[in-house]
Design a protein around this ligand. Sequence first.
Ligand code: CAA
Length: 260
Amino acid sequence: MAEESFVQLRVEDQTAILSLNRPKQLNALNRNVLSELGMQIAMLSGRKDIRTVILRGEGKAFAAGADIAEMQELSAQQAEQFARMGQRVFTALESLAQPTIALVHGFALGGGMELSMACDVRIAAEGTQFGQPEVQLGVVPGFGGSQRLPRIVGAGRAMHLLLSGERIDAQTALAYGLVTEVVPGAELLDAGLRYASVLHKLGPVALQYVKRAVYDGAELDLARGQALEANLFGLTFATKDQREGMRAFLEKRAAQFRGE
Ligand code: CAA
């Protein structure tokens, strides 16, 4: 019998839905899960028929973090390699040309919260608990949390969450700007597909360049960031989508973007 995969892929309305599938361990991220996730991401990269990517978890949690049972006996060197592995996979996720949406429910703790933060947008189910509890295990985040969290919610809030290890609920996450929307659990997938359908009406090239402007720009000083923005702005004018978008506005009709 074929082994069941830890990351399942299905495609619906041009959206790839990646589901973490290790529900008995609350989708704890071990090497196998990370490696399968990395392979799925690599396969989605460059697929023009996939316009958005949704990441979600099977069972009662999005993901309760890196696998503590697998980590506990790691040497310092092995732990660093494990962190680098997770970071590589999450960076590949962030680097996808397509917009990515994390649908978060139950728990998004440690590596689970870090995974959600490697997506472009997060939508949470009511009752979801977010947190970076690594300090409670005597360690620090290893999958990018200490870097992405302050970029998303600001240094003050990030420092509070990272130092205390305290969990916040979905409403607080909304107030922090960590999630864009909180919906009843039963409506989470629909909310994600609805968000995706809004993006599908837009030009994929412009969306890809927005991602580059934001992520690459975050590494630059203001002058260089603005130079990057001007460059990307210019590149959009080399697309048919720019002609179509502006013409459609002036002709008072909906634009038909083709990603060209
Ligand atoms: N690693 C391994 N196993 C985990 C896990 C994790 N991160 N989180 C949950 N599990 C397992 C539990 O051990 C349990 O397994 P058994 O049934 O075999 O005992 C199963 O999943 C169900 O979990 P609980 O019985 O604990 O469920 P609960 O509803 O009582 O509690 C919870 C849920 C509050 C999320 C609790 O499971 C918990 O605190 N999990 C750990 C959260 C955590 O500390 N995450 C950070 C990990 S470190 C990290 O992520 C480092 C990094 O940045 C790379």
